[in-house]
Ligand binder design. Structure first.
Ligand code: ZN
Length: 340
């Protein structure tokens, strides 16, 4: 086994299947045969625009940062896994030595090597290598898709931790895309009692209700300001600047606002509302220390990851996976299966 197939983003709007060497696991690394890779809004953004903010595609790149698979080899000194162990990959490996890493905030490491983010290749390919600590074992009861979606679940859990969602917390989730639906499920698992979800897509709102939302609001029909919602916590997942300002205005006293969605660079902030109610407003960037808990929640069926999957694509049709959302507004999460 020396060669493998990889779906390579050669330029914005152009993905081609290439033959690449199978990567060699280095010290403390394992070689993983990739089983499933969730497709993320950021993959779609790189495909469409060739950049996200300061991250710019300057040479061909393999996208995909939500992988699951099976350990099939190990490098020098790697000992945590037996060959055949199924794993969910945490796709960003920090330097372990900087001030942020030493403070436990390794998601803020300035030297993070993150899958599918220039210049680091991702997992839309048959095999990847990763530091063994970041290949988290999963039980056989978890599907390959679910093991892949531990990554976006981690985004939801990190948002809930930043917002200090606890038993009895009232939560508003704006946007019922995959991340919004995972913030919803994480908020419920953290003990949130009222969890209201807004969107403009009836099918996504129905899915939110199926997954446990206590109420949903179609903001094309009813404005949030008219809906008598006063949450303790806002998890903003729409990335929509106007919707963000309106949602912040709904948050109650001493509430917490977590900006999860990546929308416009500038958002109008209702400052007097933030001031007089002492709201905390924070961003989130990926996650830290979430994988074991996320795997435990998924294994205990406290969250349903498979329910989000609306389509599968083989490695030769990564372009189909990346355009599924624009072709079908009801698509939620599509998964690439690199062995197909
Ligand atoms: Zn670091």
């Amino acid at each position: 086994m020396t060669g493998m197939r990889a779906a390579v983003l050669e330029a914005a709007g152009k993905v081609a299947l290439q033959e690449r060497p199978v990567p060699e696991p280095g010290p403390a690394e394992v070689l993983v045969q990739v089983a499933a890779v969730g497709t993320c809004g950021s993959d779609v953004h790189y495909y469409e625009h060739g950049r996200i903010g300061e991250f710019v595609l300057e040479s061909p790149l393999v996208l995909g940062h939500e992988p699951s698979g099976t350990v099939i080899g190990s490098g020098p000194g790697a000992s945590r896994h037996r060959i055949g162990q199924r794993v969910s990959l945490e796709p960003g490996v920090p330097d372990f030595t900087c001030a942020q890493c030493l403070a436990g905030r390794y998601n803020l490491c300035p030297r993070m090597r993150f899958f599918g983010t220039p210049p680091f290749d991702g997992a839309f390919c048959e095999y990847v290598v990763i530091r063994e600590e970041f290949a988290h074992p999963v039980p056989d009861s978890l599907s390959d898709d679910a093991a892949a979606l531990i990554e976006p679940l981690s985004v939801g859990m990190w948002a809930c931790r930043k917002a200090r969602v606890a038993p009895g917390t009232r939560v508003l989730v704006t946007g019922a895309g995959p991340v919004g639906l995972l913030c919803l499920q994480a908020a419920l698992a953290f003990g949130g009692t009222e969890v209201v979800v807004t969107d403009v897509n009836p099918r996504r709102l129905r899915l939110a209700r199926d997954l446990g939302a206590t109420a949903t609001l179609d903001v094309r029909e009813t404005r949030l300001a008219d809906a008598a919602v006063e949450p303790d916590v806002l998890l903003e997942c729409s990335g929509h600047p106007a919707a963000t300002g309106e949602a912040i205005r709904a948050v109650g006293r001493a509430g917490r606002v977590v900006l999860v969605g990546m929308g416009g660079d500038e958002v109008p902030l209702p400052l007097s509302h933030v001031q007089t109610r002492e709201l905390e407003v924070t961003g989130t960037f990926r996650y830290a220390n979430t994988w074991p808990d996320a795997i435990a929640l998924a294994t205990a069926r406290r969250v349903d990851l498979d329910a989000l999957v609306t389509g599968h694509y083989g490695l030769a049709d990564v372009e189909g996976a990346l355009t599924a959302g624009t072709r079908d507004p009801d698509a939620v999460k599509v998964v690439v299966r690199p062995q197909e």
